[in-house]
Design a protein around this ligand. Structure first.
Ligand SMILES: CC(C)(COP(=O)(O)OP(=O)(O)OC[C@H]1O[C@@H](n2cnc3c(N)ncnc32)[C@H](O)[C@@H]1OP(=O)(O)O)[C@@H](O)C(=O)NCCC(=O)NCCS
Length: 207
């Protein structure tokens, strides 16, 4: 799907009544405690379920390795498609907090600022370790963002982009060609065997 559709009902964790009734038991708890209960009890530690509950749209078979807090203060402005990988340390920025400097000059401005924009990561894309995604960007589908990149503009479908600011460096088709030239063939899908294979190859002994 190019726009992340709402996940099927079966993908949601159905919260018990005491958890959804804002006038009930939970409402009386401090926000932090309520958040912890929602995450670990209602969503049973399932990060994707919890993020969906916070309002993010997330497709199927998507791996979220960054922290929930890295979805920022407007997780409901984030759409992630299916078969996407979001690596550890990736940060989503959906608002321009810099405007706090000029807030006194904007009559009638919102206390939260007035510049927000959604972030979309479309199907079958990978966002590398510690990338920062700025407001309004769309990545993919079928695109790769390199580790440590600062994404300030959208990344077109089927491309590899990296750097600060991120720029397209190749197409995914070119990346496939280059990958084939330095990939290691015949690796095991069993983690223990994989360790044996790689330590023998790189250290000359099993470690
Ligand atoms: C972006 C990426 C996919 C490119 O892979 P690649 O095509 O094999 O790249 P190469 O190593 O051939 O590098 C090509 C050029 O891009 C540069 N480059 C590669 N990755 C970069 C990055 N993350 N940021 C900035 N520049 C990068 C290289 O320095 C090289 O530049 P040069 O031609 O001037 O020497 C890869 O480097 C990357 O960042 N992968 C994600 C890693 C990751 O996050 N892993 C955890 C996932 S859970």
């Amino acid at each position: 799907m190019s726009e992340a559709a709402a996940p099927p009902a079966s993908a949601h964790v159905v919260p018990p009544a005491w958890a959804t009734d804002r006038r009930g038991v939970l409402a009386a708890l401090p926000r932090r405690v309520r958040r912890l209960l929602e995450r670990w009890v209602v969503c049973r530690g399932n990060k994707v379920a919890y993020l969906r509950r916070l309002g993010a749209r997330i497709g199927e078979q998507t791996a979220i390795l960054c922290r929930v807090g890295d979805f920022g203060s407007e997780p409901w402005l984030i759409e992630i498609g299916s078969r996407v990988s979001i690596a550890a340390g990736v940060v989503f920025v959906t608002h321009d907090g810099a405007s706090r400097v000029i807030r006194d000059r904007i009559p009638g401005g919102s206390p939260y600022g007035n510049c927000f924009a959604p972030i979309r990561v479309r199907d079958n894309s990978v966002v590398g370790l510690r990338a920062i995604l700025m407001p309004g960007v769309t990545i993919g589908p079928d695109s790769i963002v390199g580790a440590g990149s600062l994404v300030t503009r959208s990344i077109p479908p089927g491309t590899v982009a990296c750097g600060t600011p991120a720029r397209v460096v190749s197409t995914v088709e070119q990346y496939v060609e280059s990958y084939r030239t330095h990939m290691i063939s015949g690796l095991s899908s069993d983690r223990v065997e994989l360790r044996r294979q790689l330590t023998r190859r790189f250290w000359g002994e099993e470690r």
